[in-house]
Write a protein that binds this ligand. Structure first.
Ligand code: GLA
Length: 349
């Protein structure tokens, strides 16, 4: 067996040298392999490399984006570099790292939207194209960088759908309005997050919910714990609210709120939370006993992962520039329908 491997290795390196000698070469060979340009010749074609950098690799949403981008890579035949950029320093280092690896471009959900100009200049100096996914870059003038290709959610409309669904639940449950509060877990530093919670709040007010009973709980970090801590504070400030409707920028925000409320004795009978993403609440919806997490607006992770990676591939290989601004919508999932809807949308659960 060992002999067979050594014969294979000798042949492998010999063929690589041969290919290198005539200007081709496979990607990913031995480290000592001579550096070769990717000019395809004689059948030896270097695989196109595309990076996919995400801000929160621990969040199922981003794992789904990576998974669907991987599917695009397998189907279209490019090499996908799945990377994490959890803060500014790491995200920018990943861009230089992609440059060293001769990636042609990358898709990124930045850990901080204000990094937009720096990301674009790092990409430029490494000769790479950029697509921003989920979180839109903000320029030095404080405005969205509209010249950077972006795919994200129709945040306000999805937020409004959350607000409308919460109001319907309020009515269906017959909770007395005067004893009910809205807990909006906010993260207003991020435009797509603010649009979502503003949309939900506006829809609730338009439906007739009293504005004075809508309370914001600003989260410092965008994970379950950040939301839990924010809502702990709100519950101390509002001890008289008997029923809670909950919205937030995503599932983690609403899960944090539901946990904080559960610790104070609230159950699914007096809490109704609707998240956004639909990917980060599956375990919650699978629980045998219902919790205050009623449902979520399931987003299209496949579009965010598969389509952006494909757009990048077509841009770098066929010079097909993607649209500057693409927005996706969501569908409400609850304990009743989530298995069916997730399956229809191409998720395995
Ligand atoms: C932001 C959020 C994610 C997800 C995406 C969807 O990046 O942090 O949880 O909601 O938007 O675009």
């Amino acid at each position: 067996m060992r002999k067979a491997i050594s014969v294979f290795m000798t042949l492998f390196f010999a063929s690589n040298l041969l290919l290198a000698g005539c200007g081709g070469g496979e990607s990913g060979g031995g480290a000592s392999k001579p550096e070769v340009k990717s000019a395809p010749s004689g059948g030896g074609k270097q695989a196109v490399k595309i990076g996919f950098i995400v801000k929160q690799p621990e969040e199922p949403w981003f794992q789904m984006e990576h998974k669907f981008a991987r599917q695009a890579a397998e189907e279209l035949g490019f090499e996908l570099l799945e990377l994490a950029g959890i803060d500014g320093e790491k995200a920018l280092a990943q861009i230089d790292n992609l440059g060293v690896q001769k990636a042609a471009g990358f898709v990124i959900c930045t850990p901080d939207v204000k990094l937009g100009p720096a990301i674009m200049s790092y990409a430029k100096r490494n000769n790479m194209k950029v697509i921003a996914v989920d979180d839109r870059f903000i320029g030095n003038d404080g405005q969205p960088m509209e010249d950077v290709h972006y795919l994200g959610i129709a945040a306000r409309a999805i937020g409004e759908d959350v607000g409308k669904a919460l109001y319907e639940q309020l009515q269906a449950r017959g909770w007395p309005v005067e004893e009910t509060g809205v807990c909006a877990v906010t993260y207003e530093e991020l435009d797509t997050a603010k649009e979502r919670t503003d949309g939900a709040i506006t829809a609730l007010i338009e439906a007739g919910f009293p504005e004075s009973q809508i309370y914001k709980a600003p989260q410092k970090t965008t994970d379950v714990n950040g939301a839990l801590q924010a809502v702990d504070i709100l519950l101390v400030q509002q001890p008289d609210v008997k029923y809670w409707l909950v919205c937030g920028m995503n599932d983690s925000a609403v899960l944090g709120a539901v946990r904080s409320m559960a610790a104070r004795g609230f159950t699914h009978e007096d809490v109704c939370g609707i998240g956004i993403n639909g990917t980060d609440c599956i375990d919650e919806l699978k629980k045998e006993n219902p919790t205050g997490f009623y449902g979520s607006m399931l987003l299209q992770a496949k579009k965010h992962g598969y389509e952006t990676a494909k757009m990048m591939y077509e841009w770098v290989t066929k010079d097909q520039e993607p649209p500057l601004d693409t927005r996706t919508r969501g569908i409400l999932i609850t304990r009743e329908n989530f298995r069916e809807v997730l399956k229809d949308q191409g998720y395995e659960i």
